[in-house]
Design a protein around this ligand. Structure first.
Ligand code: 5GP
Length: 199
């Protein structure tokens, strides 16, 4: 998505060789027009996959995910991050290791919002090692729901996330693919829209 690549080049801050900061339009302040265009792009790519619900992880996944859900005319469900839990009976829970915080957190979704008949589209802001996307997939699968695809705003193509997800048979689509952050500079990898595996 050229508009997103342009925004990353203009406003992205390379923190180090592994981390890109985009808090001016995605992770803190949000650019609604850009989010709207992302929603259109995800909805177009995943059209016809029978998606009944979009699922993401709070908080940075919510903006692109809600726009995608709006375009697809389905609800958005966001998993919550909580450190400790007392009552777990009515929740699906998964432990997810955070790439940026370098700690594990417990992520929960209420059982009442996910059903075996759901076909979910997972949306997240970044793809690094794939832990967040896989945690969300495990939550969907706990409910007996199927995962129709995984949509990522910014994939770091030099990290192993995509390959892990593809090897597990998930359909992955990213709006921007970062090839490298070396030397404080963002370079992009080719769009793989036509080449992803499908299920
Ligand atoms: P993964 O679970 O795939 O290892 O990492 C994805 C998650 O870590 C995303 O939900 C995102 O919040 C965070 N993340 C990973 N890499 C980056 C990055 O370069 N920049 C920012 N802002 N977040 C990242």
């Amino acid at each position: 998505m050229k508009q997103l690549e342009q925004k990353i080049l203009e406003e992205g801050i390379v923190l180090n060789e592994n981390v890109l900061k985009v808090d001016s339009f995605l992770n803190h302040q949000v650019d609604p027009q850009l989010m709207f265009s992302m929603g259109q792009a995800f909805a177009a790519f995943f059209e016809g996959k029978g998606i009944t619900k979009v699922i993401t992880l709070e908080s940075s996944g919510i903006a692109p995910a809600v726009m995608t859900a709006l375009q697809m005319n389905v609800p958005l469900l966001f998993a919550r991050k909580r450190k400790s839990l007392t009552l777990k009976d009515d929740l699906y829970t998964e432990k997810i290791y955070s790439f940026t915080k370098q700690e594990e957190s417990e992520v929960t979704v209420s059982r009442k919002f996910l059903e075996a008949k759901d076909r979910v589209l997972i949306i997240d802001d970044f793809l690094a090692n794939g832990d967040a996307a896989l945690g969300l997939a495990r939550i969907a699968e706990q409910a007996g729901a199927s995962v129709a695809g995984i949509g990522i705003v910014i994939e770091k193509a030099f990290q192993p996330g995509r390959n892990k997800l593809i090897e597990l048979g998930y359909l992955v689509h990213s709006l921007a693919r970062v090839a490298s952050l070396t030397g404080g500079k963002v370079t992009f990898a080719p769009d793989l829209s036509g080449a992803d595996s499908s299920n």
